[in-house]
Every structure is written in structure tokens, then in C-alpha cells.
Design a protein around this ligand. Structure first.
Ligand code: SF4
Length: 504
């Protein structure tokens, strides 16, 4: 039904079949209602999902029994009859409100406000729990793991209510700040759903220009893209912990939130996972099988680069978008341009779990370099950049996009959302010692991953709203929205004695 010229107070003329028909206002409204009802605003539904393997408590609460007993005797006289008050003090968070009060405190409720130690230093001590601090390593800290745990449990944005208590600046992503000075629409409107801030992104290749023949018909094929609703996909779990159950969980969640999951091709085949959401990762030795997945498969990734094998894959599976996984190995810059020049529509850049390449470059810098190389070559829109490695917090997602990624492939955060525990250095992508919880259901795991996705999307909306940016596509490579600690310090302190490169 198409609305024609001639809509009036009495109704509207609509085309129908080969002719037109006049509809009254009521008839037209009834028809239009159906169309409007079909509109679906993207959102991720969340459910509070309890822990199956709670993290160690944040704090160790120690209470001197004699001191507490004296205190309680005094309070008993003072608040005679108000037993709930007597048994709860000195903590308003309920740490001392168990069946026997502070004689058996409940440290899992402690938020570390330190009120008890300030009021009663003679019998209470609060100390950080070393078991909690031992989670993760020097890059993926216990704070990252705790934040992911909370995001996956509640599906909301973690709010502490006490302002930011961390350092301003530091190593890795901490050395980058985002400029949120444009508090304009769509700011809160976009976040609360009154306006739309788009988080969908396109994976694939767009022509850098359009050419038409004399009759106005495009002479080149148009864009070849797959749209996903969030600027992240799921990357394959390490082989050491991969199980059919975990693959099903990733696949189901990816389908639910309308994104993709990359999985090894042999897994996709043997476990019957081929679907529009699954991106099989094909070893270079098996490109002849590129076309053999079916069931709606739209994208495949080659696990490495070889120009002739890529060509073979494109002729074997011309109907698929064929991406290439490319580690940040020495000399990656030249390979990136070579891969793009061969017409690869999706390049998946891979760093280790600490975000480092083989030459020690950190993703914040290497992604910017990759993005600028493609811009300088005049081909940035002809290729999509995906990136894995070193992205372990919600704020890393927009930062990586500002640095030039179109979308991120999540790895470790998915495992920590499922309450995996890791020991030792986590940098190695395959040799990291990670243990999944002993018992968990697929329903529980899908819910945790969905919550994580919702929380990270909401945090992305916050940042886009604060920047006044209507869709995440426009954030890609928007480096004017980023500030780098090194640049700011150089600007502020250049020429001052003692500053590196400063005065004598
Ligand atoms: S530190 Fe605060 S939350 Fe923890 S036990 Fe003391 S009063 Fe309660």
C-alpha cells in the first residue's frame, strides 16, 4: 500500500493493484496500524542471573568478640527492646545482622565503607581479601573480572555511587580518555528510548564510489554487507576448554542478540552448528571446503593469509563474504594493505589477550595505525576491521571503535561472564589456564552472556549519548573524540624541567 498525493482531512488515496482507492480516515488508520505495529526497536531483554561460582568476597571482616560483647551490653541498655537495632550495629549493610549478629559476620555483604572501623577501631578490622585480588593477572585485573561478573549477573551498568575512585591515566586503555563535551540530543533521550541511537554495524565491503552506465544502472556490484545489531561478535573459546555445550551457548546467545559467533570449521561441521549467525573459521589447508556449510551461512573466515588460497576460496564460495584472520605479526602493516588490495571484505586483526602484537605494540596504537593506513590508501570503506584481544571492559569497546575498528570480537569477557577462573599469565590465546565452573546449565549461561551484551550495549549508548552521536557507525575512527594521556601531558608539561624532553 503506497500513499499517494491527495491525502485529505476526509481520508487518503492509496494505490491498490492496478488502480487507486479512496480510504476514509478510519480505514486508513486501521491499515497503517498494522504497519506501525510491525516496527521493532532493538533491545536486549535481561534477567537477573545468580552466580553458580561466586567470586571470593571483596573484604575480610574481623571482629573482636570481647570488644563486640562490651559494645552490645552498652547498646542493650541504651536501646532496650529494639533488638533489630542492637543486632545490626555497627553496619548498615547487614554484615552484623545475621542470626548471631557480629559474632558471625557476613563478609559477602561488606562494601568496604569502613564506617565500622572508624567508629569501632578497637574491635573491627576490614582488609582486602587476597583471594579476590589474586584473580586475573596484571592486565586482566580482579576489578575487570568483578565488573564483568556483575554485568553478567544483573545485565545493568555497574554503578558504585561514589564517583570514580581509580587513577586518571595509566597503561593500556587507561591512557585514553573520551571527549564527552557534546551534551546535546540525542543524549538522555537516546538512552531512555525516546530517540534512537543505533548500535548496529555492517560487516563487509562498500564500494568507495558508485558508477552508473548511460541508462543509470550501477555498473559495479553494490555493497556486500551483513548487518549485526551490536558492534561486537563472539570469538571462538580456547580449544583447551571448548566443548559442544559451550559452542551451543555461544551460538544461541549470538542468535538471540542478532550478532555472530566465530567457531572452528570442524566444530561447526561435526556439531551441526552451521547457521546465519555462525562464522566458520577455516584453516588454510581446507579452503576447498569453504562452500560446504550451508544452512544460511553468510560469512566465513580464513585462518591466515595466502593470496592464492584466498582466490581459491572466493571461486569455491562466491556467495559468501570471506574474511581473513590476521595476527599482529611483525610486518603486519604491509600484509594488511596486501590483504585489502586482494579484495578481502573483512579483516580480523588478532592481538594476544593483553592486546599486544608480536612486536610488542598495544592495540590502542596498532588499531589507529591500521585505520590510518587504509585511509591513506583511500580504501577504508572497502573493508571492515574486526579486532580481538585486549578488550576486556565495557569502555574498551568504544575506545577500540574510536581507534578504527568497525566491531570487536569478544574473547575473555565471555568466559569471565560464565564465571570461569583463570590462573597465571593470561596473555597466550591458547595456553591460558582457564577452568569453567563444574556445573552450569545452558539456560543459565545464555542468560549470563545476554546480560553482559546488554550491559556493554547500554554503556556504549551512554558514551554515544554523551558525545551526541546518533549511531556507532559514526564513532569508527572518530579520533577527535579521543584524548591520549601522553599527548595531554606533552602539551601541558613540555618545556618544564624534569618532564621527559622538557627543559634542563
Ligand atoms: S566496612 Fe562498612 S560495609 Fe563493611 S562491615 Fe564495616 S560498616 Fe559494614
Amino acid at each position: 500500500m503506497q500513499l499517494l498525493q491527495g491525502e485529505t482531512k476526509e481520508g487518503a488515496n492509496v494505490s491498490e493493484g492496478n488502480g487507486t482507492r479512496h480510504l476514509t480516515i478510519a480505514e486508513f488508520a486501521a491499515r497503517s496500524a498494522g504497519r506501525a505495529d510491525e516496527y521493532h526497536r532493538y533491545q536486549i531483554d535481561t534477567n537477573v542471573t545468580k552466580d553458580v561460582q561466586p567470586l571470593p568476597n571483596r573484604f575480610i571482616v574481623k571482629v573482636g568478640k570481647v570488644g563486640l560483647a562490651k559494645f552490645l551490653i552498652k547498646e542493650t541498655f541504651q536501646y532496650w527492646g529494639k533488638w533489630d537495632v542492637i543486632m545490626s550495629r555497627p553496619c548498615t549493610y547487614g554484615v552484623f545482622s545475621g542470626p548471631v549478629g557480629g559474632f558471625n559476620p557476613r563478609p559477602k555483604l561488606c562494601v568496604g565503607c569502613l564506617r565500622c572501623t572508624v567508629q569501632h577501631p578497637e574491635f573491627t578490622t576490614i582488609a582486602p581479601n587476597p583471594a579476590r585480588a589474586a584473580l586475573g593477572d596484571d592486565y586482566v585485573t580482579h576489578l575487570h573480572i568483578s565488573a564483568i561478573d556483575e554485568e553478567a549477573s544483573k545485565g545493568t551498568i555497574p554503578v558504585r555511587g561514589q564517583g570514580y575512585r581509580g587513577k586518571f591515566g595509566g597503561a593500556g586503555w587507561e591512557g585514553m580518555f573520551t571527549d564527552m563535551s557534546e551534551i546535546v540530543r540525542p543524549s538522555r533521550d537516546g538512552i531512555h528510548g525516546r530517540e534512537l541511537i543505533g548500535t548496529s554495524v555492517d560487516l563487509g565491503s562498500k564500494p568507495m564510489s558508485l558508477e552508473f552506465d548511460d541508462s543509470g544502472v550501477l555498473t559495479e556490484p553494490g555493497p556486500q554487507m551483513v548487518t549485526i545489531q551490536v558492534p561486537f561478535i563472539f570469538d571462538a573459546p580456547p580449544a583447551s576448554i571448548a566443548t559442544p555445550k559451550l559452542h551451543r551457548i555461544y551460538t544461541k546467545t549470538a542468535a538471540d542478540i542478532e550478532t555472530l559467533v566465530a567457531l572452528p570449521a570442524d566444530v561447526v561441521r561435526s556439531e551441526g552448528l552451521a547457521s546465519p549467525e555462525v562464522v566458520p573459521i577455516i584453516p588454510l589447508t581446507a579452503v576447498a571446503t569453504a562452500a560446504g556449510f550451508g544452512n544460511g551461512t553468510r560469512i566465513i573466515e580464513l585462518d591466515g593469509w595466502d593470496a592464492s588460497l584466498y582466490k581459491e576460496a572466493t571461486s569455491t564460495a562466491p556467495h559468501l563474504l570471506i574474511g581473513v584472520r590476521m595476527p599482529f605479526a611483525t610486518g603486519w602493516q604491509q600484509q594488511l594493505l596486501e590483504v585489502q588490495a586482494a579484495g578481502v571484505p573483512i579483516i580480523h586483526l588478532i592481538a594476544d589477550h593483553h592486546g599486544l602484537g608480536e612486536d610488542g605494540g598495544f592495540v590502542m596504537d596498532t588499531l589507529r595505525e591500521a585505520h590510518m593506513l587504509l585511509i591513506d590508501a583511500g580504501v577504508r570503506d572497502a573493508v571492515t576491521l574486526l579486532g580481538s584481544g585486549g578488550i576486556i571492559a565495557a569502555d574498551h569497546l568504544p575506545k577500540a571503535i574510536i581507534c578504527g575498528l568497525d566491531a570487536v570480537a569478544l574473547d575473555l569477557p565471555l568466559l569471565f561472564a560464565l564465571q570461569a577462573r583463570a590462573r597465571g599469565d593470561l596473555s597466550d590465546r591458547e595456553r591460558t589456564a582457564i577452568r569453567m565452573p563444574r556445573r552450569f546449565s545452558e539456560k543459565w549461561a545464555v542468560s549470563r552472556l545476554t546480560n553482559l551484551a546488554a550491559s556493554w550495549r547500554d554503556q556504549l549508548l551512554e558514551i554515544l549519548g554523551a558525545m551526541g552521536i546518533r549511531e556507532v557507525r559514526r564513532l569508527r575512527g572518530e579520533m577527535g573524540r579521543g584524548m591520549w594521556q601522553t599527548d595531554l601531558e606533552a602539551e601541558a608539561f613540555a618545556g618544564i624541567e624534569g618532564f621527559p624532553g622538557g627543559g634542563a
